[in-house]
Design a protein around this ligand. Structure first.
Ligand code: KG4
Ligand code: ZN
Length: 362
């Protein structure tokens, strides 16, 4: 069974062909980084225009990469929520057109849930993961737009246990990279800097947000502000001028300090995530839902430190871990095709009234 996946929720135009939910026959992504670089963020109108220009070349490249003609595709899956409405519209219109003209089933897929499927994708046929015994599963999505923890009872049943109340983790990475004067793309470049030889990851006492003692929500705005103060100093306050004040402005941001602050931030960011996962696993056990696996996805699962810590967490708790291969962490259409396949198997098929929706299902 070959599913063609389409992804246009934000600033990547993606198309992919996935066989039986796991084997990626092709995965094409046209990035719009250059279109948005000068604005320092994604401009929705420019994104949808670029999707319209890219969608046909990307679809053709995905079919050619898989060595298939359109009629050899068994179903069409599209990320129809959440995302920028004008961007989603392009992918949904393309998917409906293909589904109608080829008389194939149409599958509307939730992009955030699809990130959790990314750990099932393989390019190598000999390494197909087994999803028997994964559920109930704990799910972690850490991307540029979302940071959430889920309980999954199957690939089709999601309960959101917590989510960020302000910035998403990827967004915090990108903003902190800007504060540190790190070049775009911020998250991956901050990661590289933090991994440089000699980096010290404890040069500042950064806040680890816990929220209430039982909360599974995240907050990264305090961590981001603390980094701003480490770099620029706290805003001047009359108390700083008193003789007893112990306030001293931060040292200049030379190369070594920039690298060490990147490593220190990365440590605090990972600790915040791991703390919430730890809480979630305990709370679920108390509710009688001892989880059998940890499913992860989203751009920040490409982060080297977080990957190491997730592996160690799963080892400690003796649960299976699905950590996406690096190419499937960030937005891609293969994850849409993969989860679409599971929906198809369960008969959860849409008709041509499928609509783009800006918010996630849960
Ligand atoms: O999943 P994704 O492609 O887009 C959304 O669905 O939002 O995630 C993009 C985010 C960006 O914020 C990017 O900076 C971050 O993932 N990211 C990273 C790394 N690679 C990508 N953050 C930290 N370390 C990385 N290695
Ligand atoms: Zn995403």
């Amino acid at each position: 069974m070959r599913v063609l996946g389409i992804e246009t929720s934000c600033d990547e135009t993606g198309a992919a062909v996935v066989e039986n939910g796991s084997i990626v026959l092709s995965n094409v992504v046209a990035s719009q980084h250059e279109v948005h670089r000068m604005y320092g963020g994604v401009v929705p109108e420019l994104a949808s225009r670029a999707h319209s220009e890219n969608i046909f070349p990307v679809l053709n490249a995905a079919l050619a990469g898989a060595g298939l003609k359109a009629p050899e595709i068994d179903a069409i899956a599209v990320g129809h929520r959440p995302g920028l409405i004008g961007s989603l519209l392009v992918g949904v219109a393309a998917a409906k057109t293909l589904a109608w003209s080829l008389s194939r089933p149409l599958l509307g897929v939730d992009h955030v849930h699809a990130h959790l499927y990314a750990g099932m994708l393989r390019t190598d046929r000999s390494a197909i993961p087994d999803d028997g015994g994964l559920f109930p599963a704990l799910g972690l999505v850490v991307s540029g737009g979302h940071t959430s923890i889920y309980l999954l009872r199957s690939w089709l049943e999601y309960e959101r246990l917590g989510a960020t109340i302000d910035d998403a983790l990827g967004e915090a990475y990108d903003k902190v990279a800007t504060i540190l004067g790190i070049e775009f793309p911020g998250g991956p470049n901050l990661d590289k800097l933090a991994c440089e030889a000699g980096a010290v990851d404890c040069i500042a006492d950064l806040p680890i947000s816990r929220l209430s003692p039982t909360s599974l929500d995240f907050s990264f705005s305090g961590l981001k502000t603390a980094m701003l103060y480490e770099v620029k100093g706290v805003p001047e306050h009359p108390a700083h001028k008193r003789p007893e004040s112990r306030y001293s402005p931060p040292p200049p941001l030379d190369e070594a300090r920039r690298r060490d602050l990147a490593a220190t931030f990365q440590r605090a960011a990972s600790r915040t995530v791991l703390l919430k996962l730890e809480r979630a696993i305990v709370q679920l056990r108390e509710r009688g839902n001892a989880v059998r696996s940890l499913l992860t996805g989203g751009g920040v699962t490409a982060n080297s430190r977080l990957r190491r810590e997730l592996i160690s967490f799963a080892g400690t708790h003796k649960i299976a871990l699905r950590l996406p291969e690096l190419g499937y962490c960030v937005d891609n259409a293969a994850m849409i095709a993969g989860l679409g396949y599971e929906q198809l198997r369960a008969g959860r098929v849409h008709n041509l009234s499928l609509e783009p929706i800006p918010t996630t299902a849960c």
